[in-house]
Ligand binder design. Structure first.
Ligand SMILES: Cc1cc2nc3c(=O)[nH]c(=O)nc-3n(C[C@H](O)[C@H](O)[C@H](O)COP(=O)(O)OP(=O)(O)OC[C@H]3O[C@@H](n4cnc5c(N)ncnc54)[C@H](O)[C@@H]3O)c2cc1C
Length: 468
């Protein structure tokens, strides 16, 4: 049996943050949405999971997530669905405390001054670096502001840092950790332009844009469940364990119709959003591959710059989160500490999520750690924390979560490869962190993409009503 739909209805495949954002935006504009998710729960890569080895009802996140003050689309969507910032997020003015096994501590703290002064002052007062190093950071920051964070030609972050003569210790203690944290891609091949897009948004507008935002609850309770409630309250349906197997499109009275087939149902619709990761989107589009997916704007750009097609074929980078449970009295010296010249990169104190003694250690990007057995990896990062910060008690329990395809690899010239939300097929839209958001794979990128796909549907339908 088909579920047949009107123009004010839409089917969205995939209930990650981009699919949820798309569904919420459409529901808010009076659309009835059907959000189809193959997994048992919504949230995709940003969802809660059980902490298997500890308490039966203890939940952790699929990977430790952090947000920036510059994530405006995410913060306003939270507001729309009734999430109160103070209740759900803890905001800290930018502060980085970077520890290394050589006992060096590099500290950066942004004062409460207007941007970008706050940052220039923070760089000039950075502890643990000599005058020349601080001067070179400030010079680079000023030069980037002069060129408005826009490169004539993309290059790797490594090349950019070399062009601005950044000393090795500054790269190791500041730029490399920041690049990995924001782009999950090593500096030697990460896109400098995408990195600058993030720096521009975080550093050059309002001083609160560089704030670090920590979650007070797990990711599902923060966003996925309230978003689901919002959608259903507005007449939509969120269907889990509803794997989409494929879809077809046909023309009825000159209007394209899509028939979406899941393991349980079939849906007929005029508005279809595919909000699955790029490699799955590619598979779902195989039936209609005779139609060029990319839109003209992108094709033109590519002719000028690169022969490659806008593509759904990306390399991926892993993220590893190691949860270490210590006795409940154990605390880190701050909500988040950075480590450099170590396997571990960041450690977050989960006491904020009401999990005292639980430390989440993050390792972004590739490395030898991906080959280590869980026990060895947990022990390695524990030893590093002891060496860099202070002696910690024995680990009581641990859990290692490795997401092999955590994010697309944000390589040089990636911007010319990423598809826009609209396609050459009328009524078919794409959403997901990999689309052309100008951001790396982030929650903000996913939310922006989902909202843009929704706005395109709304614009298309208002236009067709207008012309009738
Ligand atoms: C470990 C880790 C740590 C991260 N840390 C951060 C961070 O600190 N800050 C930050 O901003 N970002 C971070 N990210 C990135 C962020 O989580 C992602 O960019 C974002 O969640 C992507 O959302 P999405 O909707 O684009 O894709 P996804 O979350 O992948 O959603 C796609 C959905 O489609 C569903 N699906 C797939 N196939 C089908 C099908 N056939 N039928 C129906 N449904 C289907 C999937 O089950 C999934 O729910 C991190 C990611 C990981 C993995």
């Amino acid at each position: 049996m088909y579920k047949k739909m009107s123009d004010k209805e839409a089917v969205i495949i995939g209930a990650g943050w981009s699919g949820l954002a798309c569904a919420v935006t459409l529901a808010h504009h009076g659309y009835k949405v059907y959000l189809l998710e193959s997994a048992r729960q919504v949230g995709g890569r940003a969802r809660k999971v059980n902490f298997k080895r500890f308490l039966a009802n203890q939940t952790i996140d699929n990977g430790q997530h952090i947000m920036l003050g510059a994530y405006h689309a995410t913060i306003s969507l939270f507001k729309l669905i009734g999430i109160k910032e103070n209740e759900f997020l803890e905001r800290h003015p930018l502060e980085l405390n970077m520890y290394s096994p050589e006992n060096s501590l590099i500290k950066l703290k942004a004062p409460s001054l207007p941007a970008p002064l706050h940052l220039l002052l923070a760089f000039s007062k950075m502890k643990g670096l000599n005058f020349t190093a601080r001067f070179k950071i400030i010079k680079m920051a000023l030069n980037l502001a002069i060129i408005r964070y826009q490169l004539k030609q993309d290059m790797s972050v490594g090349e950019l840092l070399k062009n601005y003569s950044q000393p090795q210790e500054v790269i190791a203690a500041l730029w490399e950790p920041l690049c990995l944290a924001t782009m999950n891609t090593p500096i030697k091949y990460a896109s400098a332009q995408v990195f600058l897009n993030v720096l521009k948004d975080s550093f050059s507008k309002k001083n609160t844009d560089s704030d670090l935002l920590f979650f007070r609850h797990n990711l599902s309770n923060i966003f996925c469940l309230p978003a689901t409630e919002f959608i259903t309250r507005h007449g939509g349906q969120v269907l889990c364990e509803e794997k989409v197997l494929g879809f077809e499109c046909s023309s009825q009275n000159k209007v394209l119709e899509f028939i979406v087939k899941t393991s349980k149902h079939q849906f007929k619709c005029h508005n279809l959003v595919i909000a699955t990761p790029a490699h799955i989107t590619d598979r779902l589009l195989q039936n209609i591959n005779n139609q060029p997916l990319i839109n003209k704007r992108l094709a033109n750009k590519q002719k000028l710059l690169k022969p490659a097609h806008a593509s759904l074929h990306y390399k991926y980078e892993p993220i590893c989160t190691i949860y270490l449970q210590y006795p409940t009295s154990t605390q880190l010296p701050g909500r988040m500490v950075g480590l450099f010249n170590t396997t571990a990169q960041w450690a977050i104190d989960r006491s904020l999520t009401n999990q005292p003694g639980l430390i989440a250690v993050i390792i972004s990007g590739p490395g030898k750690h991906t080959q280590m057995p869980d026990k060895l990896l947990a022990n390695t990062v524990h030893q590093e924390l002891c060496l860099c910060i202070s002696d910690l008690p024995e680990v009581l329990h641990y859990q290692v979560i490795t997401e092999k395809k955590a994010t697309f690899s944000c390589v040089v010239n990636i911007e010319y490869k990423r598809p826009y939300n609209d396609t050459n097929i009328q009524g078919l839209f794409l959403a997901g962190d990999y689309t052309n958001t100008h951001y790396p794979a982030t929650l903000e990128g996913a939310i922006r993409s989902g909202q843009t796909a929704a706005e395109k549907i709304i614009a298309r339908n208002s236009f067709s009503h207008f012309t009738l």
